[in-house]
Ligand binder design. Structure first.
Ligand code: ZN
Length: 491
């Protein structure tokens, strides 16, 4: 098969033609959420970026196995060396099972992702369900001499590794600089060197999530889970590993080191990273106080928001930037996205009603090719969107009688919207969906009233009164007419 897609590989720092290792199969691993709180706008970007890639790879005919992990109990947010596990802390404070907290936030994460029309991954493994695989990884690294045990914990020996391989190959960081800039150890540290990272941590007495291991009762270091689960579900070598740019160092750098130290080479062919969402130029995060959850965006309940923004507005806003550029949040930018999206959806609505002519006088030629060209150029979604706006302009001028379009070109435009706006970019027509559900609701009411009419004909007054009284109690006004009944909402 042909391989038209080029993607930017963070490892080689250039755009490369994407050729899978075992075509037509593609293995793709993306670092998923840490489930100890509600998903915020920062979670939406990697989810939507890799959803775009997942959808496009499938559209091109690849068979994709998409693994997105859940970082749950037993792990710290960023550093297994400091502080209490956030889920464990919440469990202790609220007297809940840690897994209750994980499940609660995971359910909410799934709801938010579904609202954003993010397709579920093929496999969603939990870190806590793969402790055996992580212990095996740590043991391999120990056996190969790239780790050491200290007080029941196991640390990766970065300096030793770097003497034979390159620690910094992904991030471009220089280990000498890191050694010079990290503060000197105060002598109490279990680590030989401050840049060594934990592969296994001996649990402190207050740590409630712990598993037995050859070294201690404890828990794996954060970086282990992705290496162990990627290997388990995608094999020793797979195509794509993705995540946010903030994961390049230390997380993904450590993953490469773990893979090389355990099996002799990196597992990943293409490393892909989406850029961050900023608020007034600052990274979004709880610590900066500029933290707005997706739910708050959807219902407009955060003080920084001028209004509620629908899930599709958020999705469109994110796709209006190429995934490697930054996106800066503001109400103005989101309002512009909302307007732009409704212009496209209105044009799509007009498109269904246009009458074809013998000739086409509007500019619609070559739009499909241009959209493919943009997608193949490292998923350039804003360029695809600009071509869809060109299509919308053509549709509007035919609608206004300023141009004409042939049957063939009309069909072409319908396909263009279906393929690029709906299938690949994953947009949904929210207004039409709401309209459809109102229509369905109306049909259900009409059905109830026709059953009541039949009951009256049968002199079944109990049933006919029951339907009328209960609908009235629910707030409907029922008016009997010559040939049946009409309803309206009395509010
Ligand atoms: Zn990861």
């Amino acid at each position: 098969m042909e391989h038209p897609l080029s993607i930017y590989n963070t490892l080689t720092r250039k755009k490369e033609q994407f050729v899978p290792l075992h075509e037509p199969h593609v293995g793709m691993y993306v670092c998923g959420p840490t489930v100890y709180g509600d998903a915020h706008l920062g979670h939406a970007r990697p989810a939507i970026t890799f959803d775009l890639l997942f959808r496009y790879l499938k559209h091109l005919g690849y068979k994709v196995r998409y693994v997105r992990n859940i970082t749950d109990v037993g792990h710290l947010e960023h550093d297994a060396d400091q502080g209490e596990d956030k889920i464990a802390k919440k469990a202790r404070l609220e007297q809940l099972e840690p897994m209750e907290i994980v499940q609660f936030y995971l359910n909410r994460y799934h709801q938010a992702m579904e609202a954003l029309n993010v397709l579920p991954p093929s496999i969603e493994p939990h870190a806590s369900g793969h402790i055996i695989e992580q212990i095996e990884l740590v043991q391999n690294i120990l056996d190969n001499g790239f780790a050491y045990e200290s007080e029941g914990s196991v640390y990766f020996d970065v300096e030793k590794y770097n003497s034979q391989h390159n620690y910094g190959v992904l991030s471009g960081r220089n280990i000498e600089d890191m050694l010079n800039t990290t503060r000197a150890l105060d002598g109490q540290d279990e680590k030989h060197n401050s840049i060594d990272f934990a592969l296994w941590k001996c649990a402190q007495p207050e740590h409630i999530m712990r598993w037995p291991s050859p070294w201690s009762n404890g828990f794996p270091g954060w970086h282990c889970e992705c290496t162990a689960m990627g290997k388990k579900y995608l094999g020793n070598h797979f195509d794509i590993h993705g995540g946010g740019m903030d994961l390049i160092f230390p997380h993904h750098e450590c993953e490469i080191a773990q893979a090389v130290a355990s099996q002799g080479d990196d597992m990943v062919h293409y490393w892909m990273h989406n850029n961050m969402i900023t608020i007034n130029g600052q990274k979004m995060g709880k610590s900066l106080g500029n933290f707005i959850t997706l739910e708050q965006f959807f219902n407009g309940s955060h003080e920084s928001l001028a209004q509620a923004y629908s899930p599709m507005t958020i999705r469109f806003f994110i796709l209006q930037a190429q995934y490697r550029s930054t996106v800066d949040f503001s109400n103005e930018a989101l309002q512009a996205s909302e307007k732009g999206l409704s212009r496209l959806m209105e044009a799509y609505g007009h498109l269904q009603k246009l009458q074809p002519s013998d000739t086409t006088t509007v500019e619609v030629q070559g739009l499909r090719g241009k959209c493919y060209e943009a997608m193949n150029d490292d998923l350039n979604s804003p360029i695809v969107i600009s071509h869809l706006f060109d299509a919308a302009r053509a549709i509007n001028s035919v609608k206004d009688g300023k141009g004409s379009i042939s049957t063939g070109d009309l069909k072409e435009l319908k396909e263009l919207f279906q393929i690029f706006l709906f299938d690949i970019m994953g947009m949904k027509n929210e207004a039409a969906a709401a309209g459809n559900s109102y229509e369905t609701f109306g049909k259900a009411l009409d059905l109830l009233l026709s059953i009541r009419q039949q009951a009256k004909v049968n002199k079944d007054w109990a049933t006919s009164d029951k339907i009328r009284n209960e609908l009235t109690a629910l707030g409907f006004e029922i008016k009997d007419t010559k040939d049946g009944a009409e309803w309206k909402l009395s509010k």
